[in-house]
Design a protein around this ligand. Sequence first.
Ligand SMILES: Cc1cc2nc3c(=O)[nH]c(=O)nc-3n(C[C@H](O)[C@H](O)[C@H](O)COP(=O)(O)OP(=O)(O)OC[C@H]3O[C@@H](n4cnc5c(N)ncnc54)[C@H](O)[C@@H]3O)c2cc1C
Length: 500
Amino acid sequence: MTNQSDVIEVDCLLVGAGIMSTTLGVFLKEIHPELSVELIEMLPSEAQESSDSWNNAGTGHAANCELNYTPLEADGTVNISKALQVNIEFDLSRQLWAYLIQKGAIQDPASFINPVPHMSFVQGADHVSFLKKRHAALSAHHCFHGMEYTEDTSQIAQWAPLIVKGRNPEGKVAATRIITGADVSYGSLTSHFLKYLNTLGGFKASFLDQVTHLQREPDGRWRITIKNRQTGSNRFVIAKFVFLGAGGGALPLLQKSGIPEARGYAGFPVSGIWLRCDAQEIVSQHEAKVYGMAAEGSPPMSVPHLDTRVIDGKRSLLFGPYAGFSTKFLKNGSWLDLFKSLRLGNLMPLAAVGLSSFSLVKYLVGQVLQSKADQFEALREYYPNVNPKDWYLEVAGQRVQIIKKDKLKTGILEFGTEIVESADSSIVALLGASPGASTAASIMINVIERMPPTGLLPSDWKVRMKGIIPSYGESLITDEALCNKVRAETAAVLGLKNIA
Ligand SMILES: Cc1cc2nc3c(=O)[nH]c(=O)nc-3n(C[C@H](O)[C@H](O)[C@H](O)COP(=O)(O)OP(=O)(O)OC[C@H]3O[C@@H](n4cnc5c(N)ncnc54)[C@H](O)[C@@H]3O)c2cc1C
């Protein structure tokens, strides 16, 4: 029997204290300050999983440098539609962050975002030809205005000297650069969001609390069982709306909800390792995020990159990620996570993906078997004169890629993010991890647009949303003047570079 005093009722329950739930919390409380919102986190503090600044690469993904967003089509053209979408989704995040700074909710933009040029760097005639075409297609669009291209090593040496020094001068190379790029400390940003939310009435966050069960009440609300990890005691929250922003933990919770929409989903965990350098005499020679070409068969998010990171005011370099395989869905998760997620309904999609993804499996096995010398060989492609003693290993966050039913192939592996919701939208889960934290604002706007039409949001919520995101409801892809205006304004507030 449950003692009714152990049960509290809220409007919205957010599971997980990462960038996603905290972004949603900020939107909800800005749009409707009267909403009661509770956030539940099983670890001792916020941003300890993928949103931790060292667990991800901190790229403000805007498709400036990530070559996987611009596939080469069979007819030889470069398709830029995905790149455009990712590019303008980052503008939504920029607008949210600028709004919070302007209202005084966050004080110092440099505590979470810093200007760092975004570069792509390729080697060999085929890749150079691709990059040239990519640059031509992108730079013709106002969204990528100002992107530079060169095949001249002395120019590349000016942009990023470490990648040129010691390189064979005979090799054909090319690079693009855009100076408007950013490095983002998503861990710091998550903490800023939470700090701000804690100043607002009707918001509560609790830590070391783990959501263990989700059950439908007869009136359609959700009864959530929360186990305190210190005391072992259970408490209950009844919520009209539940957001499962639990990162790798979202799939198991979605399965526990029992909603039919969850059937057929499975997760494929990919772990990651970085090489990190804090030696300032080296760090000071590199001021860019330099993305290369993915190795054959590798998942898109494993594209190697040599990055400037700015975390807690200190600069470092990060290289990787080296992928790995672990059966954990969270860095702090259990080795049993993958096995516990197996259901009759997702065995077929898992098996189909396993059978059809030979190149991915081969790539992951290769990565797992890599020696330290192999890891530095990969870094040498980007930094020929690297001295291993200046670098050390850093374990990255877990990514759980989505596997789901596909009508034709019976199972498909996806590298993006996906919102899965009940038919009445009273419970929404975010699966997958890419482009990730950069597009948190866009994803959460999407979640809000799907929220139950009655009760939770005021009738004028779109007007209120426009107060936060001035471009809301308009397309920055087609409206060049608005795009330029939004970029100039947010760059000024966030301390980023702008190309007029
Ligand atoms: C190696 C790597 C590199 C990346 N690089 C980038 C990048 O350069 N740019 C970018 O934009 N994105 C990047 N990402 C993606 C980005 O980090 C994620 O998309 C983002 O952090 C996900 O945020 P989240 O809030 O959904 O999840 P998380 O930050 O993982 O937070 C989920 C939280 O839920 C909690 N939780 C889980 N289960 C429960 C439960 N049952 N009860 C209570 N709490 C629970 C967890 O403890 C955790 O704190 C990268 C990710 C990885 C792993």
